[in-house]
Design a protein around this ligand. Sequence first.
Ligand SMILES: Cc1cc2nc3c(=O)[nH]c(=O)nc-3n(C[C@H](O)[C@H](O)[C@H](O)COP(=O)(O)OP(=O)(O)OC[C@H]3O[C@@H](n4cnc5c(N)ncnc54)[C@H](O)[C@@H]3O)c2cc1C
Length: 494
Amino acid sequence: MAEQQHRRVEPDGVGGPAGTVDVDVVVVGLGVGGEETANRLAAAGLSVVGIERNLVGGECPFWGCVPSKMMIRAANALAEARRIDGLAGRARVEPDWSTVARRIREEATAGWTDDAGVARFTGKGGRFVRGTGRLVGPGLVRVGDQTFRARVGVVLGTGTTPVIPPVPGLAGTPYWTNREAIELAELPESLVVLGGGAIGAELAQVFARFGVRVGMVEAGERILALEEPESSERVAAALRADGVTVHTGARAERVEHDGSGFTVHLADSARLRGERLLVATGRRAVLDTLGLETVGLDPTRRFVATDDRMRAGDGIWAVGDLTGHGAFTHVAMYQAGIAVDDILRRAGKLTDAAGKADDPAGKLGDPAGGGPRADYRALPRVTFTDPEVGAVGLTERQARERGLTVRTGFTALSDSTRGWIHQVGDEGFVKLVADADRGVLVGATSAGPVGGEVLSALAVAVHAEVPVSTLAGMIYAYPTFHRAIESAVRDLLQ
Ligand SMILES: Cc1cc2nc3c(=O)[nH]c(=O)nc-3n(C[C@H](O)[C@H](O)[C@H](O)COP(=O)(O)OP(=O)(O)OC[C@H]3O[C@@H](n4cnc5c(N)ncnc54)[C@H](O)[C@@H]3O)c2cc1C
């Protein structure tokens, strides 16, 4: 439904003549991953067609990361102002959503237009086509009445769309997805959020801090289910402190909508009322309309399987959310870099000799040559709630499920000097997950006022497999939040 509402109304295929056109590469979907790939290939001198049916840039700049973080920045400023009492005097806070809405409309999204993105691509020599692309055979992509034949290959970067759960009564109601929540001009009086993942938690906290009465429904036993249980607890407590009623283990059985809003009926016969209903129950790749079967790929799978060079098959690459390696902008960008390298080699624009000049130690490629390979061991992720939850690699449970000899270290931020100084708002912790047999970290979480920033040191440790003994012997600046890493390492080694 949201996809329909937000589609630009333009006929497929605007931007080129009818008939079959030979090019080097066709990129289908110019979101984060596709745009990066298309721009870099065009800049390298390949003839590239980029096909986008909505806005060049995709979900992240228009309805995802960027505007949601603008909302969070504003909501956190309100929360900090409310913390002045007891720290610095008294403050009276009058939230005004119009400032946030204006920033998103004018600064972040240029009124949801993509002229700048299109110009970036065409300025590099790329050929832009607005429309819905579909594979019609190996190397062949159709958009409207045009067919492009790719000499080198096709890159898929079509992203994901929100999952709308089959709750009776929900279909056909004017529920929100992230798109309506981000485009919001005026706040509702009350909101029910279905889903306690990162997007649901971030947006619930924003709206609650702006004075909206928010209820959250999560079917699982805890919110932020993909993260450590300690993260779920801290964020649920923070949401409750902001006035959100958090219902976990609560399945929405039925939804009703009338003139004044939504009623969500829970399995235990409780009901939640909200003027608006935000569905944030996950995202899925839409593969059945891409023509995957015409190139021998299975359109019924959840994601497009790729190897570590982002190849989905011969002459076909996939980057971004649709590969199923975590729906994050940094993953899409990382994969785009790998695909670009591989495609340039295929096109004869990059040789191992040239690669070696850039990378004499062979760190980026593999001994047999052939460029960088994707490695997700140290995948970082941040939930931008307050406390902010940064995590990298495996959780304790995932490490145990893999049969590792697990040791953990934990420290609460409030026990650190910086946490004690910070006082109100110092909720958080550092948790380390080590493979005791190898003496290295395989995962870590840093939750707190700047949890996503503290994460950087932990991401290096997991990525580079820095020995725990080395982490124990380092100097950590006093009094920082990241100094809690030292306490957690000590706890781990006890
Ligand atoms: C509310 C929200 C907050 C988020 N916050 C963060 C964050 O803080 N940090 C982070 O790392 N990630 C965040 N994300 C996730 C991030 O937005 C995605 O991981 C990222 O956009 C994925 O990029 P992509 O290229 O895979 O797909 P997308 O950005 O979804 O782009 C895919 C593009 O393909 C187009 N398309 C689809 N099918 C076709 C077709 N057949 N023909 C032509 N075009 C097509 C679509 O119109 C779209 O523009 C957030 C997401 C949401 C929803």
